[in-house]
Ligand binder design. Structure first.
Ligand code: FES
Length: 145
């Protein structure tokens, strides 16, 4: 049911953890299942994402998509990161079962929420970025992968 890449990123997720004094932190919740994801971005003066980490209290598909999403945004600039959709993440994982597609939205939205936080902290506007409706702010993530 799951591709080899999904299983790989689920059993050996990349970039798990947190970044102290991150440039931007985004926490989102999945309305369908209640799962939670938090992403930390370290962005330099040039707007390049030098480091990214995530924590999730979510299902296996959420873990795998977050892991892949962090791999895709690392080293990108803000505008490139903004364009990484959940579909791009799923394609990079060789697909997800239809019932798990909603899980992949967590990663995309968490990245957008973290970019939103970065923009707010720096008083800038990022073209094309909207605050995700699933942004749950500072709510504590009580369990992590
Ligand atoms: Fe909740 Fe997958 S079932 S994120």
């Amino acid at each position: 049911m799951y591709s080899e890449k999904v299983m790989d990123h689920f059993t050996n997720p990349r970039n798990v953890g947190e970044i102290e004094n991150a440039s931007g932190v985004g926490t989102v919740g999945n309305a369908k299942c209640g799962d939670i994801m938090r992403i930390y971005l370290d962005i330099d003066e040039e707007g390049i994402i030098n480091d990214v980490k995530f924590k999730t209290f979510g299902c296996g598909a959420a873990v795998a998509t977050s892991s892949m999403a962090t791999e895709l945004v690392k080293g990108k600039n803000i505008n490139e990161a903004l364009k990484i959709t959940n579909k791009a993440v799923m394609d990079a994982l060789d697909g997800l079962p239809a019932v798990k597609v909603h899980c992949s939205l967590l990663a995309e939205e968490a990245i957008h929420a973290a970019l939103w936080d970065y923009a707010e902290k720096n008083n800038i506007v990022i073209d094309g970025l909207e605050k995700p409706k699933s942004d749950i702010g500072e709510e504590e993530v009580t369990e992590e992968y």
